[in-house]
Design a protein around this ligand. Sequence first.
Ligand code: GLA
Length: 369
Amino acid sequence: MQSVIVKAPGRINLIGEHTDYNNGFVLPAAIQQAAIVSISKRTDNQIHLTAVDIPDELIIESFHNLSVSEKQWANYVIGVVAQIIQKFPLPSGFNLAVTSDVPIGAGVSSSAAIECAVAFGINELFSLGIEKMELAFIAQKAEHEFAGVQCGIMDQFASVFGKKDHVVLLDCLNMNYQYFPLVLEGYQIVLFDTGIKHALASSEYNTRRKECEQGVALMQLKYSNVTSLREANIEMLNECVDLQKDPIVYNRCKYVIEEIDRTQKACLDLQANNLESFGQKMYATHQGLSKLYEVSCPELDFLVAHVKNNPAVIGARMMGGGFGGCTINIFQSQKAAQIINDTRVAYEQSTGKELKHYTVRIEDGAGIL
Ligand code: GLA
């Protein structure tokens, strides 16, 4: 094979937010918006990169000599190559062009889409034989080391393992996963995009991760089997972390412990086709993310509050890392046009900002085009 074109999608997450790096559960799905990369072999060791949408280019003299670039988009590619070559020698350099319609900074994993497309594409082009799970881990490591975000595995997993019309319950403790058909008869999933790019997100994200680790360390003093918040419960938290002395660590841990529990229960709701109950859990998640985990922002809170009392809306919450990006909403298809319109007008009046929306279609994960 001399060249290959692959695509890898962005993702939504129905419930289970900020739980992946705490060994909890997540319930993501891949969406129709995707990154597409075209890769062809070269006869030398150079890497020629093109970002079609910006447009921009970068030439790297040798894949043996990779470092973080000033061009952020290029780091998503270079980071993946740097991971791959640690274990799988490349026979030559390559030309790679990337384009994507995954909205950037909207909390739907535009970066994971590029990383996964690159990992998948290089694996195919050079027949490296890397397993799908390892591709997801390679893409995650690229984000850690070249983008500086200590992200969990959810986004890259969803981009690689997504399945049309299914959500996937992933247990981040052992990477076991299970697909569920998403049957939403008469309902649809719509994302409202605040238009706020999550600029604070990477530093605050890494801070949240540390705060969770601090909580685990405190509980471990008494409960040695607690190695992550997955093994903790509220009683242990109350016993080991003082709400008065350490309110931040306490609240972060409380949210995560509750969310891990809520996600498992929400899956039972979905299996029982109890959308009503599922939707209530989405609101509870939002409340926790906003008040305990403090990763929301006024615009996200506004969008959730605006739809909350509408009987045609099943549930809504902020989605992804936070500090901007999208809310995810489930509402009656019949009322969709009206809800979207009302929300747009209200949002524009309240914030002066334009409200974009995306009607979600759930698609397959990464693959050759
Ligand atoms: C970002 C990260 C994910 C996950 C979510 C929050 O999207 O990349 O690993 O932690 O935030 O659930």
